[in-house]
Each structure stands twice: as structure tokens, then as C-alpha cells.
Design a protein around this ligand. Structure first.
Ligand SMILES: Cc1cc2nc3c(=O)[nH]c(=O)nc-3n(C[C@H](O)[C@H](O)[C@H](O)COP(=O)(O)OP(=O)(O)OC[C@H]3O[C@@H](n4cnc5c(N)ncnc54)[C@H](O)[C@@H]3O)c2cc1C
Length: 401
């Protein structure tokens, strides 16, 4: 079987990549290990992603935003609370989008809705063929194409292959692309929860010894008795052994733990989804390309959820690679050639490297309870509060897309 672009992996990034190309009538084949016709195994009800400007622009371009918008909540304010030591008062700093002339920082989007809407659009796009459940097993490169062999034995010939197969990417391994991996010994607990007090569109990040504890606003939801209830999502980073213990707690004890860590700011807490735990590590590929191959999203870079950069960065990979492919096709170039792939490598290197290093350092800084580091952190937060220009710069950096 022949195709122009072969995409390995049908997570959010692989689906978005397929759609940006498929919508322009480029023949795409997408391979996914899970059965996407019965998508339950890849959907996680309690996980959300804070998406910023360029990610939302991409979803608008794909005509998906109007369908997604009502399930998302605007993030207008970020509150950081240094909670590291119960003996001393916490340092609190508020970042308001209006301080930099913006209406909001972004939107909190349920992963399940994003993936479902993307998948429906991919399924109804005539230029995209989905092969699932199946997996990439091996590939070989010829002068004008790449030949992929799937676990089912199927062979697919493509001009370009895109690896969107996640943090443990087989595509990356088969291409012998080296990567560095930072282990944090941390896991992120995620879930949705209802609360009695409104969130006022404020996302609050508590910095504590095990890692940051962050509540992120969601739209109000109707619950059993037809009453509207306030809702937020949780990203609670802890040492892995502690995270496993919290996830195993009885429902009421877990709710109590959220209430305690959020300092009662959201009132009475009731779980709206089962807590899940995600081991965290950071991965950065040495190169994002090889012969007739490009890596995108977590196959190229994965990081701690702190700062909500991961998926935003991945969707910028999608926009950049699709622009490069489309302009190469307009110029009659071979989209799998070194020249074209080099343009992708160059366009993404600085953005990815700087975010990777920034998030890694930030995660180590805020998850640390050594006295001198805590003092440095508290002093840093106080300085940001006192110097408006510095604070605005920090906000613009966080938003930059
Ligand atoms: C707790 C948590 C919170 C987060 N919050 C945010 C946030 O607020 N904002 C943000 O921007 N990002 C956030 N992120 C990051 C974001 O969720 C990820 O970047 C994103 O989900 C990864 O998408 P992906 O498509 O690259 O990988 P995946 O979702 O891992 O998809 C890879 C797909 O490839 C398939 N696959 C694997 N191997 C093969 C093979 N050999 N053949 C075929 N298919 C294969 C898999 O089945 C899978 O479906 C968060 C991450 C975590 C862990």
C-alpha cells in the first residue's frame, strides 16, 4: 500500500497532524496501536490541558474550536502560593491576564473531548486512512521512499514518515535517534472535582515539597439533582510512592486531602472522576529528524506538566511541520528530502530546547524543600511581585507561542 505521509501514533498530536495534512487533500495513513473505532482505552476522563493562543488558533483553523469551546474554561488569573513550610506564612502572587492586556491566558480543555472531536474529524476526512489496532514494527529507507512494516505484516510505502508515538517512541528507537531522559521520581495525580465555592477563573499552583499542587478551572457541571456545581481539574505532583498511596485512598479521604491542600479556597470538595497517577520524566530527542522521518510531540520531547507547556509545544510542532510540508509541495520539492526536514529541525529546535530546560529547572526549583532553595524561591516570588516589568515579562514568556 502507498501513501504520501505515514503517521505513527493516533494520540492528540498524531490526529492533529493527520488532519492538518488531510484537510489539504494530502494522502495520509495513520497507524495506531489502540482500536480507535472503540476508543475507550486511550481516553482519560480526568485529564485536561491548558491550551494557549497558538494551540487554539490551530483548532480554529481545523474548524474544531466551535465544537470544543463550551467544554472548556477560560484561564484569566494564575495564583502561585509558596506553601513549602507550614511554620511560616505562605508567599502568594497573582498573575492577571489583564496586566498584560490579554483577556485570558488560555483555556482549560478536557483531553477526552479534544481527542474525541479530533478523531471524528479524522474519520470523516477522505484523504486519511486509519489502520488500527496495529503497530509499527520496523522500517527501511530507500532513495525516494520509506517502507514501514506493521506488526500485522502489512507494508506501507510513504514519501515521509512522522513519529507521533509518544514518550517511549518506537519510531525514534528504530531510527537510532538518541535522547536524554531526566527522571524526577514524581508522578502527577489527575482528576476532576466539584467544589462549593466558585473558582473565579483562577488557576492556583501551590508549591510544596513533593511537587506543585494545581487546581485548574473547568465549566460548571450539572450534577445528579440537576443543580449546577462548580468544577475544576487537578494536577497534583508528588513523589511517586506518595502519589500511589494517595490514589489508593478511600474517596472521602482523598477529597479531604484536596480540601486541605487547597487551603479550603474552593470550599467543599466532591470527586467527579477517579484519580489517576502518571509517572513523570522529561525526554528530549537529540534530533527531531532522520532520513525520511520527522518526530513530533512526545516522541521528540516530553516534560513535567508544570507550566502546561507539553501539548502546546506539540501542537506548535504540528503547525510548523504542516506549513513546511505544504510549502515544499507547492515548490515541487520531495517532502522527505534532507533539505525539507532540516527546515523542520531548525524551526523547532530553539522553542523546544528552551521550554525543555525552563520546565526542568522550574520543576526542580518548586519541588524542593531544602532551606536555601526555598528561601531563593520565596525571594524570587516576592521580587516578581515588587517589579511589575519583571512580572509582565514572566507572564509573556509563559504565554509565548
Ligand atoms: C498529568 C499531565 C498533565 C498535562 N497537562 C498538560 C497541560 O495542561 N497543557 C499541555 O500543553 N500539556 C499537558 N500535558 C502534556 C500532554 O498531555 C501531552 O503532551 C500529550 O498528551 C501527548 O500527546 P502525544 O500525542 O505526543 O502522545 P500520546 O498521547 O502518548 O500518543 C501516542 C500514541 O501513539 C500510539 N503508539 C505508541 N507506539 C505505537 C506504535 N509502535 N505504533 C502505532 N501506534 C503507537 C499510542 O497508543 C498513543 O495513542 C500533560 C501531561 C500529563 C502527564
Amino acid at each position: 500500500m502507498k501513501t504520501e505521509v505515514l503517521i505513527i501514533g493516533g494520540g492528540v498530536a498524531g490526529l492533529a497532524m493527520a488532519l492538518t495534512l488531510g484537510k489539504r487533500a494530502i494522502p495520509v495513513t495513520l497507524i495506531e496501536g489502540f482500536d480507535l473505532h472503540n476508543a475507550a482505552p486511550v481516553l482519560h476522563f480526568g485529564r485536561t490541558a491548558a491550551l494557549m493562543g497558538s494551540s487554539i488558533d490551530l483548532l480554529k483553523e481545523l474548524a474544531l474550536w466551535d465544537r470544543l469551546k463550551d467544554t472548556t474554561e477560560p484561564l484569566k488569573q494564575m495564583r502561585i502560593i509558596d506553601d513549602g513550610n507550614p511554620q511560616i506564612d505562605p508567599v502568594i502572587i497573582d498573575f492577571k491576564a489583564e496586566e498584560i492586556g490579554a483577556e485570558m491566558f488560555g483555556h482549560n480543555v478536557p483531553n477526552m473531548m479534544l481527542q474525541t472531536i479530533l478523531l471524528e474529524a479524522v474519520k470523516s476526512c477522505d484523504s486519511i486512512k486509519i489502520i488500527c489496532p496495529d503497530k509499527l514494527q520496523s522500517f527501511e529507507v530507500a532513495s525516494s521512499h520509506i517502507i514501514a512494516t506493521l506488526e500485522s505484516g502489512k507494508k506501507i510505502i510513504a514519501t515521509l514518515m512522522i513519529g507521533a508515538d509518544g514518550k517511549k517512541s518506537k519510531t525514534r528507537a528504530l531510527a537510532n535517534i538518541k535522547f536524554k531522559e531526566n527522571q524526577y521520581g514524581q508522578s502527577a495525580i489527575t482528576c476532576l472535582f466539584h467544589h462549593s465555592k466558585p473558582h473565579e477563573n483562577i488557576s492556583t499552583e501551590h508549591h510544596r515539597a513533593g511537587g506543585p499542587f494545581t487546581t485548574v478551572p473547568m465549566p460548571d457541571q450539572t450534577i445528579d439533582n440537576n443543580e449546577a456545581s462548580h468544577c475544576s481539574s487537578l494536577v497534583w505532583v508528588e513523589k511517586t510512592e506518595d502519589a500511589d498511596k494517595y490514589v489508593a485512598l478511600d474517596k472521602h479521604l482523598f477529597e479531604h486531602a484536596i480540601q486541605k491542600r487547597s487551603r479550603g479556597a474552593l470550599g467543599q470538595i466532591t470527586l467527579a472522576s477517579n484519580p489517576e497517577s502518571w509517572p513523570l520524566s522529561a525526554v528530549l530527542a537529540e534530533r527531531f529528524t532522520a532520513t525520511r522521518l520527522a518526530l513530533i510531540a512526545e516522541a521528540a520531547h516530553a516534560m513535567s506538566p508544570i507550566g502546561a507547556q507539553g501539548l502546546n509545544l506539540s501542537l506548535r510542532d504540528v503547525s510548523s511541520l504542516s506549513d513546511i510540508i505544504l510549502s515544499a509541495l507547492r515548490l515541487g520539492e520531495d517532502i522527505g528530502s534532507i533539505n525539507v526536514l532540516e527546515r523542520y529541525e531548525e524551526s523547532r529546535r530553539l522553542d523546544i530546547n528552551s521550554r525543555f530546560e525552563g520546565v526542568d529547572k522550574y520543576n526542580r526549583l518548586v519541588s524542593n524543600n531544602i532551606d536555601i532553595i526555598r528561601l531563593f524561591r520565596r525571594t524570587g516570588l516576592k521580587s516578581l511581585s515588587a517589579i511589575p516589568a519583571l512580572k509582565q515579562l514572566a507572564m509573556k514568556q509563559g504565554l509565548a507561542a
